[in-house]
Design a binder for this molecule. Structure first.
Ligand code: ADQ
Length: 488
């Protein structure tokens, strides 16, 4: 347990979404508790210190009395307090879909041609970030530590400073921070950097992201001074001093390892294998998003089938896509393009008894997801850019036989930690990815085992609990010398 859980400081977590979803089921308002690594890692700290989680409850339609009744019940259920921030339809359009997902998301993934820099988006971003700050001010006291998450809320710290907050504030960016030349395209580049400098602790996924950030800061602050050189460094900009660290996010390793051995998972994995006799199965699992490189992956698979006919009948690609952000036209266009490609490739290669690509477009239950991880020998995880990519880590944790291979994009944050065990590829290079697929298929059991051991060591050691603990320790530690650079 970190020092903060013992010191009496309350933790206030702030994210765009609360860890519950309030929604109508059969005409009745209800709440569905969130799951996932972040929630389970933060919950014990929040419970121990009577902490608070602040965010949007997932609906703008429930009347205030119904909403507060449900959140009181959800608070009793979770053991820590849940406070809502209201967003209306215009906020959703201009703040969430607009600034967050049409400006920051593509730009920070190096895809500036996907950006829509509409000026009204920036106004909406500041308006909504101010509203989050108002709710934080109403619910916190000076000894608290406020931990703000992700790209939707980068300016909240600045709003809090302007309102005279006394509590300390940390921010973690779950997505990459882009290189200088790309960041400079942002019309609001300087105010956004200045807003980030208002935090007491800034966390990035990888050293590369931190380096990119510091290069951008140097542009507005040539007097920037840096001290320390470990996982957490201190920077001084004008009269502000803050800590900047790298905290590669992890998963709940034991939960995935245990879960993959559950009877229902083993049974389902066996069924999946029996349906595909004699095949090596490749797996892709992604949210619907153009950053995940799904179309490039299909092209690489097509290239492999063209160049290595011995793979016909011997291999199948299962691609699971979880619906996401479908209200944004780009996402809908991507869905259509993926479906067109699957149809085209299957039309080109399918033979009696063998369909090359199995395409699944829906959210999977945990049992199904684990069964796919367990049943497939090769994970094909090729995002064009990704903050970390938890699917890569989950796949490693959920393969008890150690006979699987991870093919991973060098542009996923996870590549820094997993480079020794994974086969790294450039997702834009379809020929290289095709050759790597072929290499993975013929890889012998000895090499597979050795590589998987290396992968598992990282995933197990740097898990989600390590991540929470090291971020919170970095916020309060007097001495930063015992924060060595995380192993890569
Ligand atoms: P995401 O872009 O959502 O996260 P990722 O890290 O891969 O990407 O996490 C996806 C999560 O969704 C995984 O935990 C996975 O289990 C789950 N999931 C995927 N497919 C599913 C399916 N079909 N059914 C059910 N669940 C499914 C952002 C950043 C990442 C960063 C994380 C965490 O974009 O780079 O790793 O935050 O910081």
């Amino acid at each position: 347990m970190n020092d903060m859980t013992q010191s009496g400081d309350r933790l206030v977590v702030v994210s765009n979404r609360l860890p519950v979803v309030v929604k109508q089921v059969d005409g009745q308002w209800t709440f569905i508790p969130g799951s996932g690594g972040l929630v389970s890692a933060l919950a014990p700290v929040l419970r121990n210190r009577g902490g608070i989680w602040i965010g949007w409850p997932g609906t703008s339609d429930a009347d205030p009395a119904t909403l507060s009744g449900l959140l009181r019940e959800a608070t009793r259920h979770s053991g820590y307090s849940l406070k809502p921030v209201a967003l209306d339809q215009r906020d959703k359009e201009d703040f969430y879909y607009g600034f967050a997902n049409e400006v920051i998301w593509p730009l920070f993934h190096d895809l500036q041609s996907h950006c829509n820099f509409a000026p009204r988006y920036w106004d909406a971003y500041n308006r909504v970030n101010r509203r989050f700050a108002d709710v934080i001010m109403q619910n916190t006291r000076p000894g608290d530590f406020i931990w703000i998450h992700d790209y939707h809320l980068m300016s909240v710290g600045q709003e809090l400073r302007a309102q005279g907050i006394a509590a300390r504030m940390g921010f973690f960016l779950h997505i990459p921070f882009p290189p200088l030349d790309i960041y400079m395209k942002l019309p609001w580049r300087f105010p956004l950097l200045r807003a980030l400098l208002e935090y007491d602790l800034l966390g990035f996924q990888t050293l590369r992201d931190r380096r990119n950030f510091l290069q951008c800061v140097r542009l507005i602050a040539p007097d920037l001074s840096v001290s320390g050189k470990g996982q957490v460094i201190t920077i001084r900009v004008g009269n502000r001093e803050l800590r900047v660290g790298t905290f590669p996010i992890g998963i709940d390793y034991q939960e995935f390892a245990r879960g993959s051995k559950a009877e229902a998972v083993v049974r389902k994995a066996r069924e999946l294998h029996e349906d595909l006799p004699g095949r090596q199965v490749l797996l892709g699992v992604d949210r619907l998003d153009y950053t995940k490189g799904i179309c490039h992956r299909f092209e690489a698979f097509r290239n492999a089938l063209q160049r290595f006919p011995e793979l016909h009948h011997r291999t199948t690609l299962i691609q699971v896509v979880v619906p996401s952000r479908e209200d944004i036209p780009k996402y809908n266009a991507l869905k259509m393009e993926m479906e067109r490609l699957v149809g085209e490739i299957n039309g080109q290669f399918t033979q009696s008894g063998w369909v090359p690509i199995h395409y699944i477009f829906r959210s999977l239950s945990r049992t199904e997801l684990l069964a796919y991880y367990r049943a497939c020998e090769i994970a094909l995880i090729t995002p064009l850019k990704d903050g970390m990519n938890l699917v890569a880590k989950e796949f490693c944790a959920a393969t008890p036989e150690n006979n699987s291979v991870l093919i991973l994009s060098e542009f996923a944050g996870a590549a820094a930690q997993l480079q020794k065990g994974a086969l790294l590829v450039n997702p834009y290079n379809v020929e290289e990815v095709a050759e790597t697929i072929q290499r993975a298929i013929i890889m012998g059991p000895g090499e597979r085992r050795a590589r998987m051991h290396k992968l598992k060591r990282f995933v197990r050691e740097y898990d989600i609990f390590w991540w929470v603990d090291s971020f919170l320790r970095a916020a309060i530690a007097k001495d930063l010398s015992n924060f060595p650079v995380p192993e890569e």
